[in-house]
Design a protein around this ligand. Structure first.
Ligand SMILES: O=P(O)(O)OC[C@H]1O[C@@H](O)[C@H](O)[C@@H](O)[C@@H]1O
Length: 342
């Protein structure tokens, strides 16, 4: 009886997979040769962030942030776990801790010189490829990371938009600049009068394209009072007529505490600084807008208020200059104005 021919042993050296496994062993040896704290770090990472952490940590966290994202984490984790087991049994990958002994590529002497150490977390009994530690958390954390990065991007855009709005004064919804030059009253100033600051500058008279002039009720009332004060005509508002009563001063329109009285260059108008300062001193602080304005107007006229184009309608003031467009208010500078996008 003939014996079957013996298959000759492979003398061509390790194949591609063996070379890959050997490279894995050297990589593990390099990591294990690191400092002790690094070893602790890897052991901690492997034991705490293994696939179980998807159900004990990641899913509750994601569900607390967003229920939909939490469910995605849970289901993707479950499917990935199942796929990992199926692939493991199809591929049946080696693990370095048993392969190093079973491959027959290392002599006993070599094995004694290779300080590859086992840890409780590396004692897995199933096939080693594909790695569940990489595949399952990588898949399950995808929706969580995507949702978090989208949220961070949204927040960054919101902050950017807020900073952009703050850098564009005409687009601010409320601007506390309520005082312009030539008004003859400081009743609406809300900040210190310093050149180049606060209400030293007049607000824009013509809104930028696409924006419109917006006056709140309080601002509109104060503006009305200021317009009446600046009308030339010997201390009386043309168009007001004899016997016409002044409307009551808007409530709470006294100067803010610490706010200097109208004087100097601050809004004294064409009557000049001296007249404005004297009038303001004579009147003192905290007087109603109209009372102070009348006194200022009396002082200012000798100096010559520049003839202002009218703010009255033609039928109210016969012979007056034609009215400018409502938003422009002619040479009579409005004290108050806010622009907003329409
Ligand atoms: O990353 P490895 O070695 O493939 O291990 C994956 C396994 O790691 C174990 O710790 C988990 O309990 C298993 O659920 C998981 O399949």
């Amino acid at each position: 009886m003939e014996t079957p021919p013996q298959v000759p042993p492979d003398r061509t050296g390790p194949g591609a997979m063996d070379a890959l496994h050997e490279a894995g062993i050297w990589a593990a040896l390099t990591l294990q040769a690191g400092p002790p704290w690094l070893e602790q770090f890897w052991v901690y990472l492997t034991s705490h962030f293994d696939p179980k952490s998807i159900y004990t940590f990641c899913f509750p966290l994601a569900h607390g942030l967003d229920a939909r994202v939490g469910l995605m984490v849970l289901w993707i984790g479950l499917v990935a776990e199942w796929l990992n087991v199926v692939l493991k049994w199809f591929l049946f990958g080696e693990r370095p801790y048993w392969w190093i002994h079973e491959s027959g590529l290392f002599s006993q002497e070599e094995l004694e010189k290779l300080p590859l150490r086992q840890f409780p977390v590396t004692c897995e009994t199933g096939p080693g490829s594909p790695s569940g530690h990489c595949m399952i958390p990588g898949a399950a954390l995808w929706p969580l990371v995507t949702a978090l990065t989208a949220e961070v991007a949204r927040s960054t855009r919101r902050v950017g938009a807020g900073l952009g709005a703050a850098a564009l004064p005409p687009q601010l919804p409320r601007v506390p600049v309520l005082r312009g030059g030539g008004c003859g009253t400081d009743a609406e100033c809300t900040g210190p009068a310093q050149p180049g600051h606060g209400c030293w500058h007049r607000p824009r008279l013509v809104p930028p394209p696409g924006q419109r002039l917006v006056l709140g009720p309080g601002v509109a009332a104060a503006r009305h009072a200021a317009l009446r004060l600046a009308v030339p005509g010997g201390g009386q508002c043309p168009g007001a007529g004899p016997g016409r009563r002044d409307p009551p001063a808007p409530p709470g329109r006294g100067p803010a505490p610490g706010w200097p009285p109208a004087g100097g260059e601050h809004g004294a108008g064409p009557a000049g600084p001296a007249a404005g300062a004297q009038a303001a001193q004579a009147l003192g602080r905290g007087r109603p807008v109209q009372a102070r304005g009348r006194a200022l107007r009396g002082r200012a006229l000798p100096g010559g208020l520049r003839p202002a184009p009218v703010h009255h309608r033609p039928q109210e003031l016969p012979g007056a200059l034609p009215s400018p467009p409502s938003h422009q208010l002619g040479g009579l500078r409005p004290c108050f104005g806010l622009f907003s996008t329409s």
